[in-house]
Design a protein. Structure first.
Length: 427
């Protein structure tokens, strides 16, 4: 699919975004293990989160959808049934990594695979702690999908994460649901804590002190109604668009404002962004609010160390903002970008060169001078949703009509992206 984007005079309007991907995945998985009916409101419309729903259905759980409301009939911790075929995680690293912890505790063997992109993403970070819990997992070349998981009795562990990772933390805690005793996860720095919040909301006994999470195994989880906040990672594209296009004024509604995800707003404010939170409330343990953004030139800066880990998903679109900033943007310690859906350092650099943007690529990041002129170009998403959307935003600042090839990649996380973007552009 080819998507044409014309430069915009300004962007204005109220933006309603799909539900947060990270939270949607977790709610669906936990609801399938709870006893009774759960209703998940504003569930993500992205393909990744529907891969999770399909896997849950294939494990014998009844799932129904009405618009963005998903109803799941949970059957308790012992309610999953052996699937009669391999589970398909699609393009979703979240699905395969987190489900691995749950599948490891089942009284049956299973296999889970994904698309071509996912088969290149290493799974060693979840296989190591699960092996310590007693799981037996086979993988291609010892670390790549498909994963063959020999389910069985798991034991609790006290595990220190080598690097902060919400997915690995979640995998260990999910395995710990099936272990008798206390599972402990220690984080080198705090990662997003949606799993801890969701488990507590569904009834698990889980305590968090500083960066140590302690959970009692074999809890009785109860089905309930949960609201998924709008996705802050999706909001990032509109925040940057509002800052990039002169005269813009946007209000983004009901966005998840979890403090473990606030690094994006903190960074944008630190470089001079004109952003305000208009209201904030707590829903199912998660803070939710409206964000207002107005056009403003920004200074630029440096993303490195812990900040890089916190902003890893937003770096492609922040790189676009960096090229328009006063001082440019330097990104370091971002080796993980090389093993996302694409090598995002390489695909950002490729598309920058197409539009005449200067960039210096380093092994672990990039250096982008500021005050650059954006030229119209033919971009390629390379099948990566965040690359497709980042360069759609870049095209708004172009000097003519641009095209994004393979634009359908956006549907992995945000099927409505093109429609919403088009509705905000003013001639």
């Amino acid at each position: 699919m080819r998507q044409t984007i014309r430069p915009s005079g300004s962007l204005s309007g109220v933006v309603a975004l799909p539900g947060d991907k990270s939270i949607s995945h977790r709610f669906a998985m936990i609801a399938s293990l709870a006893e009774g009916t759960s209703k998940l409101l504003n569930y993500s419309t992205g393909a990744d989160c529907h891969s999770t729903l399909k896997c849950v259905e294939d494990l014998g759980i009844e799932v129904s959808e009405e618009g963005t409301t998903v109803t799941i009939e949970g059957r308790g911790l012992s309610g999953w049934l052996k699937p009669d075929h391999a589970l398909d995680a699609g393009n979703s690293g979240s699905t395969i990594r987190m489900l691995a912890g749950l599948l490891a505790g089942q009284p049956f063997d299973s296999e889970i695979f994904g698309d071509e992109s996912l088969t290149k993403r290493p799974m060693g970070r979840v296989m190591i702690p699960l092996a310590q819990m007693g799981a037996a997992i086979e993988a291609r070349e010892g670390k790549f999908p498909p994963l063959k998981i020999h389910g069985g009795v798991l034991r609790p562990i006290d595990y220190t994460l080598p690097v902060a990772s919400a997915q690995v933390k979640t995998c260990v805690l999910f395995g710990g649901l099936f272990a008798d005793g206390e599972t402990i996860v220690r984080e080198p720095m705090m990662s997003r804590d949606h799993t801890e919040i969701a488990l507590r909301e569904f009834g698990a006994d889980i305590q968090v002190r500083q960066r140590v999470i302690t959970m009692q195994g074999r809890p009785k989880l109860a089905g309930r109604e949960m609201v998924v906040p709008a996705d802050l990672s999706s909001a990032a594209f509109f925040l940057v668009a509002g800052l990039l296009v002169p005269g813009s004024h946007l209000v983004i509604q009901d966005v998840g404002l979890n403090p473990t995800r606030s690094a994006l707003l903190d960074f944008l404010l630190s470089i001079g962004a004109n952003i305000r939170v208009l209201k904030i409330e707590s829903v199912n343990g998660e803070p939710i609010g409206d964000i207002e953004v107005r056009y403003a030139p920004v200074r630029g800066g440096v993303i490195e160390k812990d900040l890089t880990a916190a902003l890893i998903d937003e770096i492609p679109v922040l790189a676009v903002l960096g090229a328009a900033s006063e001082d440019g943007l330097v990104i370091r310690d971002a080796q993980e970008l090389r093993i996302k859906e694409t090598d995002r350092i390489a695909t950002v650099a490729d598309n920058f060169k197409r539009m005449g943007i200067e960039i210096e690529v380093t092994p672990d990041g990039m250096k982008i001078p500021g005050k650059q002129k954006f030229k119209a170009a033919e971009f390629d998403s390379f099948g990566d949703h965040r690359i497709a959307m980042a360069f759609a935003v870049a095209a708004l600042r172009g000097d003519g009509e641009s095209v994004v090839e393979n634009a359908e990649a956006a549907s992995v996380s945000f099927p409505e992206f093109w429609k919403i973007l088009g509705s905000l552009a003013q001639s």
